[in-house]
Design a binder for this molecule. Structure first.
Ligand code: ARG
Length: 431
């Protein structure tokens, strides 16, 4: 390992203990290092503005930071256990190449505010991606809601056939859900969009750092004012981001559940795109919906990450190394969650209904509720109408498909409501 930034002369570092301290942290830092470099450039600019660095020193540092970023992007520099963490790796590179100028970069900052700023920048990008995918899902669902309003299918409660519904109603439900999810991702991104850089170890620093400059340079919406709160908010903003991702994943989990039911021979309502199925190693006849099962399972990683961070936050105020252990879950949760979510648009685009099978699953009893309401509309007290409509002989009179049309126009999947959703979708803009 390269020299530890904090090593004291004459005090040996135990290799096992060092391995425990660093753990997989430096490998996880690969996710964040470009953001740490970006923040380092902004910090260096800030140092120049208050006379700690000359313009020439700033230029040299900026060029070297850009070089390091380019090396990372083309694989010429790989962050690994030679370094304690990404912060040390960056300073090591600057010092190795630039000598005394490199040694100036850490003036007025701490790894504590570095990790905070890198994580917030990373999360802003990830939440933007969540919003983009959710918006795409909503757009596809809304389009299919319009074209498939007439594909009738059972509406279930308790997994029992209840009333006549339609593919359009199914789609409208997901359209609205994913508009909510996209909005929430943007709101959470706004909440995370605060600059902690310049708060140092959690108690500020005795330099007139121009925090408004780094806030603008890093395109943050606002700055975190209290250095102590900048530290206290670690964990909270990661949890909020995971909850937001989790809210989309909860909907994804239910879609996946529906589809794994609908593709069984017992339901047989849906044909999955071939790429979303796999085979069995022993049973030559099988086509298994493995992909949607893993999409469903991904929620567990997101929820686990949130819980892990919550557990780690049982701490007094100030920085504590415990918080480092939140990084693994965060990276893993977002990788699993976004990995699953990114597959959803193509799944939604490509899934094919089997309308004749869906229609065959309708039975006359599913007209009973509509019949009761029709009788009530004609003036019969609803409880009496309900009893009338419980008589199977009455169901035969009705046409379930016609009763569906009466319910959805301009009701749940009807044109008027879809207009409301279209307006909300448009208001999201390009996240
Ligand atoms: N890897 C550390 C973390 O994630 C970086 C900050 C280290 N700070 C310290 N005071 N030891 O928290």
């Amino acid at each position: 390992m390269s020299n530890l930034l904090w090593q004291k002369a004459g005090v040996a570092v135990d290799a096992d203990i060092q391995r425990f301290l660093a753990g997989d942290d430096v490998i996880l830092d690969r996710e964040f290092i470009l953001h740490d470099i970006q923040a380092s450039r902004a910090h260096a600019e800030g140092l120049q503005r208050i006379g700690i660095l000359t313009q020439q020193e700033l230029d040299v540092l900026s060029a070297e930071l850009a070089d390091l970023a380019a090396d990372i992007e083309r694989g010429g520099f790989v962050l690994d256990a030679r370094f304690e963490d990404m912060h040390s790796a960056i300073e090591h590179r600057l010092t190795e190449r630039l000598g005394d100028i490199g040694k100036k970069i850490h003036t007025g900052r701490s790894r504590n505010d570095q990790v905070l700023v890198a994580t917030r920048l990373w999360l802003k990008a990830k939440l933007g991606e969540v919003a983009v995918v959710c918006r795409e899902v909503a757009a596809i669902a809304l389009e299919r809601a319009e074209t498939e309003a007439d594909i009738a299918m059972p509406g279930y409660t308790h997994l029992q056939r209840a009333v006549v519904s339609s593919a359009g109603m199914w789609w409208t439900g997901w359209a609205e859900a994913f508009i909510d999810n996209a909005e929430r991702a943007l709101q959470t991104r706004d909440w995370v969009d605060a600059n902690p850089l310049g708060t140092a170890a959690g108690y500020g620093v005795n330099l007139p750092l121009e925090r408004t400059h780094t806030t603008q340079a890093l395109a943050f919406g606002r700055m975190q004012v209290s250095p102590l709160y900048a530290q206290l908010s670690r964990g909270k903003f990661e949890m909020a981001a995971l909850e937001t991702l989790g809210s989309a994943m909860l909907d994804l989990r239910r879609i996946a559940w529906d589809l794994s039911l609908f593709t069984t021979a017992e339901f047989d309502f849906v044909r999955l795109p071939a790429q979303f199925t796999t085979g069995s190693s022993i049973m030559p006849n099988k086509r298994n919906p493995d992909v949607i099962e893993l999409m469903r399972a991904a929620y567990a990683s997101v929820a686990a990450a949130r819980t892990e961070i919550e557990q780690l936050m049982s701490l007094p105020s100030g920085y504590h190394r415990d918080l480092q252990f939140g990084k693994g879950g965060l990276v893993h949760g977002f990788s699993r969650g976004l990995g699953a979510l990114r597959l959803l648009p193509s799944l939604m685009q490509a899934l094919e209904w089997k309308p004749e099978r869906m229609r065959a699953a309708l039975d006359p009893s599913m007209y009973a509720t509509d019949l009761a309401v029709d009788l009530a509309r004609q003036g019969m007290p609803f409880r009496d109408a309900y009893r009338e409509a419980a008589d199977p002989a009455r169901w035969a009179e009705g046409d379930p498909a016609a009763s569906l049309a009466a319910r959805v126009s301009p009701g749940a999947s009807g044109a008027a409501l879809n207009e409301v959703l279209k307006a909300r979708l448009a208001a999201l803009g390009q996240p």
